[in-house]
Design a binder for this molecule. Structure first.
Ligand code: BGC
Length: 362
């Protein structure tokens, strides 16, 4: 039911953004092939459960078709075995290029070795695919910068350089199998760690290291239950939580749900990423302080440039050739710029640009 509603909502969102393809974006079926004669591109997305991947998939499909490609778009319900078998099918059904947003960056080595053997090129989409030499390009956002912006926001809002403090902070990052999570966490912690070390920021739960603050599958429910436990052990008496660093919107949603149910103190600063509709609504309602806007239309456009270059035997434009080593060497990358969003600029960023309609945010 939840998925159906999300689907309906997304169709409206996509239509409003002049994007197409919802009807084709079934979670298990192929999206067919209305593109053209330029060859087939397989697009493997992790899940339909999170809003952003639906947008990514729809954008990729629409833009690839417009460029004359046949598209096989698949979503894998966050299940690694499903994603592997979807990729196997793409290989056997004649895809020339694979665009993959992996569920677990380390689990695709074997299937991608098959792709390589058959001369099929691979583009890692948003998330780096690790330990595979089959990856030609990586298209993503500057993931470290995402974390830096979140950390700087907390630093500036609490005025950590001048205020006496100490302030209470809790930390939520993403799935350990997603290479991005370490970049988001790293960017933020590099800003905040000096204040933690100096005692100006205090993490009452004691959970600071990546492994202790990771959220399996980036799941809202997992974040919520961890926050429930943190509140009951440390803040049940109304002790103020000053800030919660959340690496993305699905974790921020879990934290917000938990605070609403269990917390009686003054509302904390909460960070996020993706500008998901539920979270933008929370920003408008004063329940989430900021998010990071990653325009998935831009990422899709950059990825289509890479597909084009591969198909034509030329080189795609990249802007980073040193950051993303996947264990077999540095993967030439294009890093799109993540943008800070809050209640003051969301209209310009999200509505004026056609990403959402005003009604969707009501
Ligand atoms: C993406 C984020 C997203 C998260 C959870 C990350 O790899 O970069 O935008 O919030 O996955 O899906």
């Amino acid at each position: 039911m939840k998925k159906k509603l999300l689907s309906v909502f997304l169709c409206a969102a996509m239509a409003a953004s002049l994007l197409v393809g919802c009807g084709n974006a079934a979670s298990t079926g192929s999206s067919g092939s209305a593109g053209g004669g330029n060859g087939k591109v397989g697009v493997a997305m992790p899940t339909k459960d999170l809003q952003r991947w639906n947008q990514d998939g729809a954008n990729m499909e629409q833009q690839l078709k417009a460029a004359g490609y046949d598209v096989d778009l698949q979503y894998a319900s966050n299940d690694i075995a499903t994603q592997v078998s979807q990729i196997e099918n793409m290989i056997s059904s004649g895809a020339k290029v694979l665009v993959i947003a992996s569920i677990d960056g380390d689990s695709l080595g074997t299937v991608l070795a098959q792709a390589k053997e058959q001369g099929i090129k691979v583009i890692a989409y948003d998330r780096l695919i690790m330990n595979s030499d089959a990856v030609t390009y990586y298209a993503t956002f500057d993931n470290y910068m995402v974390g830096t912006k979140q950390g700087e926001y907390i630093r500036d809002q609490l005025d950590l350089d001048n205020a006496a403090g100490p302030f209470n902070l809790e930390i939520f990052t993403g799935d350990p199998g997603d290479n991005n999570a370490r970049f988001f966490y790293g960017g933020a912690i590099d800003v905040l760690k000096p204040y933690i070390d100096a005692g100006k920021l205090v993490v009452q739960s004691g959970q600071v290291d990546f492994d202790n603050v990771a959220t399996a599958n980036w799941s809202t429910e997992n974040a919520q239950s961890r926050m429930d436990a943190i509140i009951s052990a440390n803040y049940a008496d109304g002790t103020k939580i000053d800030a919660v660093l959340c690496s993305n919107d699905s974790t921020a949603l879990g934290v917000t749900n938990s605070l609403e149910a269990n917390y009686t103190g003054e509302w904390p600063i909460i960070t996020g990423q993706d500008c998901d509709v539920a979270n933008v609504k929370n920003m408008i309602a004063g329940k989430q302080s900021m998010s990071i806007f990653k325009d998935t239309r831009t990422l899709a456009a950059k990825t289509v440039e890479m597909v084009d270059a591969i198909m034509k035997g030329t080189e795609a434009p990249v802007n980073d050739t040193k950051t993303y080593d996947n264990g077999t060497g540095v993967i030439p990358s294009f890093l799109c710029e993540p943008v800070f969003a809050d209640v003051n600029n969301y209209k310009e960023l999200l509505i004026d640009s056609g990403y959402y309609t005003e009604d969707q945010l009501k």
